[in-house]
Design a protein around this ligand. Structure first.
Ligand SMILES: Cc1cc2nc3c(=O)[nH]c(=O)nc-3n(C[C@H](O)[C@H](O)[C@H](O)COP(=O)(O)OP(=O)(O)OC[C@H]3O[C@@H](n4cnc5c(N)ncnc54)[C@H](O)[C@@H]3O)c2cc1C
Length: 388
């Protein structure tokens, strides 16, 4: 029987951040069902400038900057009008953001956690977990069939948008957004002075695109649409996706300028936002995408993983310190409800800015969301009030 203070399930940005912030004072086991030998897909994520402050609070800013992630200077958007609008992060009080080398970033955060004393176990799963009067009792299974028992005082579910652990504790996931898929691929590209450092976003009748630079002279291209629309079927081939991209003139010009050439398969992911209810309970907390995940238009997922990773570590620490468990869970629920409210209203503003295709189902569905979003916001406010 291994005894730990906190069991963190999922070693992505949220889980690694929770673990590394607990490690100086707590005994932490971090596990993930991946073995990390094969890097995940490169979807072209950018990290918002405000992350600089979080890294600074966590004592990680210098080490993060030494990682050499490419600067992200802003977005060029063909959205809501015929021309291009540029949002320039140089005016942001925190300076520029970053086009992350995601594999490097995740491995670095895990390494920081291990250097601070976290025990990392991967690949590993939790086939059984239950709470009794002394805390959590779980079985952990590793490779080659090894199984061991653990006891933990608190659990952080950082398993990503499917919240596999919290759903076993009875939490449910919900979304007030229409279902949306992201279809994406990566390819070789030579950045030029005008394309490097910027994400290009372009709306079209049946969805919207982005393309962003990746490390090692590569670039990501992604299209977001509704799965039931004819364009939802272009997921089948890279050639079909590229033909569809030709209908977005600014995006196509960027790809041409970079000499973008794609190979390999097209990947598909669920891309609409959603949230978990509740995000915390007796001695457990959900962090990152497991707690709340966003429409990619927000570019907020990794910042949120860092922020809620840190917040869940603080909540778990207070619980272990002997604070009232209900009060700790309620404070955490209130924090995430605040994030949800801010995200919903910002997302609504973006989608309502695009009015060029009022009859097109993709846009009509999002414009019709306003009453739904207002209801969801009302519900989030009620949850916040109930929590304190
Ligand atoms: C198309 C698209 C574009 C995006 N663009 C951006 C962007 O520009 N900027 C941005 O900030 N965000 C972006 N995001 C969101 C971002 O990718 C996520 O928010 C971020 O990865 C969440 O981190 P996480 O640690 O919560 O979860 P994850 O990164 O998903 O990590 C979860 C970990 O848990 C492990 N795991 C899962 N289940 C179990 C289990 N049962 N047992 C053990 N381990 C488990 C997984 O293997 C994984 O390692 C985008 C997302 C999409 C889909």
């Amino acid at each position: 029987m291994t005894e730990v203070d906190v069991l963190v399930v999922g070693a992505g940005p949220a889980g690694a951040t929770a673990a590394l912030n607990l490690a100086p004072t707590r005994n932490v086991l971090l596990l993930d069902w991946r073995d990390f030998r094969s890097p995940g897909g490169a979807i072209g994520e950018s990290l918002v400038p405000a992350a600089r402050r979080l890294f600074s609070d966590m004592g990680l800013l210098e080490a993060f900057l030494a990682g050499g992630h490419a600067p992200w200077y802003g977005n060029r958007s063909a959205w809501g009008g015929e021309g291009i609008a540029e949002s320039d992060l140089i005016r942001d009080i925190d300076g520029h953001g970053w086009h992350l080398d995601r594999a490097l970033f995740d491995a670095w955060l895990r390494q920081m956690a291990v250097e601070r004393g976290v025990r990392l176990f991967a690949p590993a799963r939790v086939p059984f977990i239950e709470r009794d009067s002394q805390g959590w009792r779980a079985k952990v299974s590793g490779h080659a069939g090894s199984v061991f028992d653990i006891r933990a005082g608190a659990v952080v579910d950082a398993s990503g948008k499917f919240a596999t652990l919290a759903r076993r504790f009875g939490a449910r996931q919900g979304s007030a957004e229409p279902r949306m898929i992201g279809v994406w691929l990566a390819g070789d590209a030579r950045e030029t002075p005008s394309t490097g450092g910027f994400t290009m976003v372009e709306a079209m009748e049946d969805g919207w695109w982005y393309t962003a630079p990746l490390p090692h002279a590569r670039r990501a291209l992604a299209f977001h649409t509704d799965p039931d629309l004819p364009s939802g079927r272009i997921a089948r081939s890279a050639a079909a996706l590229m033909r569809h991209a030709a209908g977005a003139p600014f995006l196509a010009a960027t790809l041409k300028e970079c000499g973008f050439s794609c190979e390999g398969e097209v990947r598909l992911t669920i891309a609409n936002g959603g949230a978990l209810y509740p995000v915390a309970g007796p001695a457990w907390f959900a962090a990152g995408d497991a707690a709340i995940h966003f429409d990619p238009l927000a570019s907020q997922g990794i910042f949120n993983a860092l922020f809620t990773g840190l917040a869940s570590a603080e909540a778990a620490d207070r619980l272990l310190e002997g604070d009232d468990p209900e009060g700790v869970a309620e404070g955490y629920i209130r924090l995430i409800a605040g994030i949800e409210t801010a995200y919903r209203s910002r997302r609504m503003v973006y989608y309502c800015q695009e009015r060029r295709w009022p009859g097109a189902p993709f846009w009509a569905r999002r414009h019709a969301e306003r009453p739904m979003a207002e209801r969801a916001q009302g519900e989030a406010a009620v949850r916040r009030d109930r929590a304190g």
